[in-house]
Design a protein around this ligand. Structure first.
Ligand code: ADP
Ligand code: MG
Length: 885
């Protein structure tokens, strides 16, 4: 018993001494936590340097864009070819991805030798050889008749310009092995967004936000970056941690001065580092009694597999002895313990360095996502990681220590990079196919210049048609005379009431106009119009309106005051005078019964009578476009057009009386309310209407009517988007093919969401958040597509609206026989005011289609209220003048 204890004591003392000795000798190779954190920081700086345009040329870590933009989503399927051109062997695979929706991969492969002269030869020879092998493979596997997409794994740094490179066969993807590893793992674990290789060499890749990649155009989504981290330190950034052994190894290597980080980490070098250390220790008399063998002097005699064997738990010491004896040495017990510890220090440093750089990548991923904690998976491949008994454990532990804010899972890449190449190819081929389908849909919304010119010409024709006596009755663009004959001249004054019944709310206003100073003060109150009243009976609607007026008068302390009133009524009305307007037909969200064909002023008067509380002097019924034009005209006499892009779409303008056949007299001008929303109701623009427009139309309150409005205004744009999203989902291109109850719900996609989603300041993640708030569970890729859809729909709307406006300004220019026309358009409407691109695209289109018109756009400040009051004031003045005459 005692002897056993004594032996144990002796052994542990011996071990302690040896370990102390080696620790002292190699203390420079043992990296403290602080040093690792410092290296992590340095690598982060390196990544930024490689990503930025200005610093990339001099960056040691090249951060190569791979043009791989998506990880597998499980819907990939088909047969793919894959080539793996890496170290010593060259492999061709046929990969069958997914059968019946299962995540399932089947492979058949064949190895071909890569003769040295081919590897060292020129690129053409290499590719010819590869092509020959491929041809052979296709023949033996009976694939000659098929044209399969091909992925190529290339484990050398490779600047890619495009994923699809061409070399006779249909190469879809050129893949770095790190990327292949990430993709293979991502097929099994969708959280996988980084890949690391720790084998003969070392390298890593991860998914970076496109907005951070200067070298590639575009800001949407992510792209895989091949870091080429092996070159970290090539600019001297790691000099302080490199040891004399690293320097010696580098000098003896094929590429001195290059791949500094890799030379401290990867399998090609670990054994050699150990050998150099042992030799030095032997020379110093610290090992083998100072004896050296010729094998110990020989480069490459210790390999990584030896290091792994020596560190093996239990058999490690015996293995060490055997290996040293094979090297012609006569190791003592103490020597074996010391040599084993040398191996541990060298391989532990490798794991530490790898962990530090990986920790930097994970931190970047977490910060890109702006999350406190990141759950993520790292795909790993490489023989060192696979065969070394302690390596994975050490790596995992250090990474977790360095980035406590990440929950990291490490996933061993199963069949290595070759399967990955097939995965990349499969994804590229899925993305390509999906892209084609999405583009096909979006193309329906892209209007060519010719199409826009055609819309302009047709609008022009309809405008003329509506002005003529014999065609007026049937015109779809109704060209309604408003009996507003002049702009305000600045002498208007007094207190007025104004009512604004538009698309969404009802407002009552008190407007005080002071002459001379052109100053207007307004007080107003907004009242909601419940849906059941919008779509109830006419009497109910007007009773509700009068109720709101009574509330307002009460609130303002004006009960009993009989003020002149202007009624902004933003629906098509046929007017015979300024204070009479017969509703032609409801538009937008209204459908109250017994109103169409009735004079809305009469209906209002009768409702006031029914209430029998107050009286009002209704002077004018005003369209909102006219109010808008008047408001702007109050400040800019050049303003002769009013435009609304809000719930609905409409336009008015000042027309020469002689052109208005419907109204007697040829002197002066009168404002025409075009009601252009009805443009196309005769089918004249059906060639550019899409099936989505038809769908929206059929689900509306007024099917077949207001076709132009339904392509251009706020009430409908969101619905068009929703219809497209439904269709894309049905085609399996969005939301994983699942049409949610939310998506089926009419009206959920309001136009204000288009504005939010299309905002340039919004990151993709925020788009995703908006969609999630809408109840649409979307991936990042979904968010990109949704944003594109919104863009296509709003862009078309703005262009169509611009084409209409171009028609009117050109008409005015020609009518007046002018070479150049300068004109101002007063504009109102939330779509125009709040959408991030609508107004710009509209203006660009007008400029393009009416180059001889100099059009100024002026935002109207509350045209419906102020404008109504101004029109009332003008009308009142004329009334007074008539009476006095
Ligand atoms: P109206 O035309 O009803 O008198 P607005 O000009 O305010 O009133 O337009 C309201 C319409 O504008 C809403 O019905 C909606 O379709 C659209 N809209 C609301 N918010 C936004 C937004 N942020 N961006 C674009 N359009 C919007
Ligand atoms: Mg309005």
């Amino acid at each position: 018993m005692f002897a056993v204890h004594l032996m144990a004591f002796y052994f542990s003392k011996l071990k302690e001494d040896q370990i102390k000795k080696v620790d002292r000798f190699l203390y420079h190779m043992r990296l403290s936590d602080d040093t690792l954190l410092d290296i992590m920081r340095r690598f982060r700086a390196e990544m930024e340097k490689g990503l930025a345009k200005d610093t990339n040329p001099t960056a040691a870590v090249k951060m190569l864009p791979t043009f791989v933009r998506a990880i597998p989503d499980g819907s990939e399927n088909g047969e793919f070819l894959s080539l793996d051109l890496g170290g010593s062997k060259f492999r061709v695979l046929k990969v069958q991805v997914a059968e019946e929706g299962m995540r399932h991969v089947q492979m058949e492969s064949q190895f071909y030798p890569t003769p040295n002269e081919i590897i060292r030869g020129n690129g053409t020879e290499l590719f010819e050889y590869v092509a020959d092998c491929l041809a052979d493979f296709m023949k033996t596997k009976d694939l000659k008749h098929k044209k399969l997409p091909l992925g190529l794994t290339f484990s050398f740094p490779c600047r890619q310009t495009k994923l699809e490179e061409d070399m006779d066969v249909d190469i879809l993807a050129l893949v770095n092995d790190t990327v292949g590893t990430m993709m293979t793992c991502a097929y099994d674990d969708p959280y996988c967004e980084a890949g690391v290789i720790i084998g003969t060499g070392t390298n890593a890749c991860y998914m970076e936000d496109m907005s951070n990649i200067d070298l590639v155009e575009g800001d949407e989504g992510r792209m895989c970056i091949n870091t080429e981290w092996g070159a970290f330190g090539d600019d001297g950034a790691l000099e302080d941690i490199r040891t004399e052994f690293d320097r010696e190894l580098d000098l003896g290597s094929l590429n001195p001065g290059k791949q500094m980080f890799e030379k401290m980490i990867s399998g090609l070098y670990l054994g050699e580092l150990v050998r150099l250390i042992l030799l030095k220790m032997a020379k110093a008399g610290l090992l083998f009694g100072g004896e050296k063998s010729s094998a110990l002097h020989t480069k490459g005699k210790i390999e990584t597999r030896h290091v792994a064997a020596m560190e093996k738990y239990k058999e490690g010491l015996a293995n060490t002895r055997e290996i040293l004896v094979d090297l012609g040495l006569e190791p003592s017990e103490a020597d074996c313990i010391a040599v084993q510890h040398v191996c541990t220090i060298v391989s532990f440093r490798s794991a530490n360095l790898c962990a530090a750089a990986l920790a930097a990548i994970l931190t970047r991923l977490r910060e890109n996502k702006k999350v406190e904690r990141l759950r993520t998976t790292v795909g790993v491949d490489g023989t060192l990681y696979k065969i070394h008994p302690q390596y994975p454990k050490r790596l995992h532990k250090v990474v977790r220590k360095l980035v406590p804010s990440c929950d990291v899972r490490f996933l061993l890449s199963e069949s290595g990079s070759t399967k990955g190449a097939a995965m990349v190819t499969a994804v590229a081929s899925r993305v390509q196919a999906q892209r084609k389908q999405i583009d096909k849909v979006l193309a329906l919304f892209r209007l060519t210049r010719e199409q826009l010119v055609d819309v302009q010409a047709k609008m022009r024709a309809e405008l003329e048609y509506g002005l003529k006596k014999k065609s007026h009755g049937l015109a779809t663009v109704r060209m309604l005379p408003t009996y507003v004959c002049g702009l305000p001249d600045g002498t208007e004054k007094g207190k007025f009431l104004a009512l604004d019944l538009g698309g969404t709310n009802f407002r009552v206003l008190l407007v005080k106009i002071r002459s001379g100073r052109r100053s207007v003060r307004m007080y107003n109150k907004i009242f909601a119009i419940p849906l059941e009243i919008m779509q109830g009976t006419g009497e109910e609607l007007f009773d509700h309106i009068v109720q709101c007026i009574a509330d307002f008068l009460d609130y303002m302390g004006l009960k009993g005051a009989s003020l002149p009133l202007g009624f902004t009524f933003s629906f098509p009305c046929r007017q015979m005078s300024i204070d009479k307007g017969t509703l032609i037909g409801w538009t937008k969200g209204f459908k109250a019964t017994d109103c169409e064909g009735e004079d809305v002023v009469d209906m209002l008067r009768e409702a006031i009578k029914r209430r029998n509380e107050f009286d009002l002097d209704i002077v004018a019924v005003v369209n909102d476009t006219v109010g808008t034009m008047m408001t702007c005209g109050y400040e800019d006499p050049n303003c002769e057009i009013g435009l609304i892009a809000g719930t609905g779409s409409n336009m008015c303008y000042m027309e020469d009386m002689r052109n208005i056949e419907m109204v007697e007299g040829n002197e002066g001008k009168m404002c025409i309310n075009t009601e252009w929303g009805g443009f196309g109701d005769n089918g004249c623009i059906d060639d550019i209407r899409t099936r989505y427009d038809t769908e929206v139309d059929e689900g509306s309150l007024n099917p077949g009517k207001q076709r132009y409005e339904k392509m251009t205004s706020g009430m409908y744009l969101g619905e068009i988007v929703r219809q497209i999203l439904i269709d894309l989902t049905k085609q399996g291109l969005l939301f994983r093919g699942q049409i949610s109850e939310r998506l089926r719900t009419r009206g959920i996609f309001e136009t204000k969401f288009l504005s939010q989603i299309e905002s340039d300041r919004l990151a993709l993640l925020q788009v995703r958040t908006i969609l999630q708030q809408l109840g649409l569970d979307s991936t990042c890729e979904d968010s990109i597509v949704v944003k594109e859809v919104c863009g296509a729909v709003s862009r078309r709307a703005a262009q169509l609206c611009g084409a209409g406006l171009a028609a009117i300004v050109e008409k005015r220019r020609e009518d007046q026989g002018l070479e150049h026309l300068r004109i101002t358009v007063g504009v109102d409407g939330t779509l125009y005011k709040l959408h991030p691109h609508f107004s710009r695209i509209l203006q660009e289109t007008v400029k393009e289609l009416a180059p001889r018109c100099d059009v100024t756009f002026m935002l109207s400040e509350d045209g419906s209220g102020k404008g109504a009051a101004l029109i009332t004031a003008v009308a009142k003045r004329l009334q007074q003048a008539q009476k006095e005459n």
